[in-house]
Design a binder for this molecule. Structure first.
Ligand SMILES: [Cu+2]
Length: 270
């Protein structure tokens, strides 16, 4: 769901209503659609009534179609007062969460968070609630993946090269993943109860398409920043430029899965 920059000049968030989306025509009854597209039909009934009915249907369809909006924006990162390269914004996650969250579908196949050259890849992984995540090991050494996150704690054990285990993310929230062997390995899984999420492109621009025009929160998450949040209703003409200050450490001070400091042993204490 990576956003592509649709409009390079759009440095600021802008919200656009969609109007005559062709898919909206498919929602119309046949008579209304014919009328709307200008094709001829036989008019046997009282024409005035039919026209009124058609107008009513068109208004309904127009309302339904107008309820989808795009949210565009730009993320700029800085650290210690210096602006970072725009491509670093690709590590952020952008999501819109309606006040009444819609039902989300878990992905039909597991997401992947592999281990490659002693790193979790991808390092940042947004998933929908109830989705599964597989942890394949691509290195010829043993790794582990565990999390002590409050609601999504897991431990896939020590494992060698191969497909790895699958973990189901059953609770909304942030899941910080560590390897019990290598202190420097860290991954971030965001379990979201909204399907409207994306990541900025290499210019720092993002676009969330076909978002419902209802009240909710736009959130920009980055592993090293305090999450940026704004309550908004898409379609309201908001224009936002998001600036995040990366003040937190890339690898926080942390203990191993036994609650002990990481030792020098290569097996992580197994
Ligand atoms: Cu490891």
């Amino acid at each position: 769901m990576r956003a592509k920059s649709q409009d390079p000049s759009a440095g600021f968030a802008s919200v656009q209503l969609r109007s005559t989306d062709p898919s909206c025509l498919a929602m119309m009854p046949e008579t209304a659609r014919s009328r709307y597209t200008g094709s001829k039909t036989g008019w046997a009934a009282n024409e005035g009534e039919v026209v009124r009915a058609i107008v009513a249907v068109l208004l309904l369809v127009a309302n339904a179609c107008a309820s989808a909006a795009d949210i565009r924006g730009h993320v700029e990162l800085s650290s210690e007062g210096k602006t970072l390269r725009p491509e670093e914004a690709q590590d952020a996650v952008v999501y819109f969460r309606p006040k009444t969250p819609p039902k989300v579908k878990p992905a039909s196949t597991p997401y992947l968070m592999g281990t490659r050259r002693k790193q979790f890849v991808p390092r940042v992984l947004p998933v929908t609630l109830g989705s599964r995540v597989r942890f394949p090991n691509e290195d010829p050494i043993l790794h582990n993946a565990f999390s002590t996150s409050k609601d999504n704690a897991f431990d896939v054990g020590l494992y060698g090269e191969g497909e790895g285990q699958v973990v189901t993310m059953n609770h909304v929230g942030y899941v910080r993943v560590y390897c019990n062997v290598h202190h420097s390995m860290i991954g971030h899984i965001l379990v979201l109860d909204t399907p409207y999420f994306t990541r900025p492109d290499s210019s720092g621009n993002f676009r969330l398409a076909d978002v419902p025009a209802v009240a909710g929160d736009l959130v920009i998450w980055h592993e090293r920043a305090t999450p940026w949040l704004k309550a908004l209703t898409p379609g309201g003409g908001d224009a936002e430029k998001v600036q995040l200050d990366l003040s937190q450490r890339k690898v926080p001070v942390h203990l191993n899965k036994f609650g002990k400091p990481y030792g020098r042993a290569a097996d992580g204490g197994y």
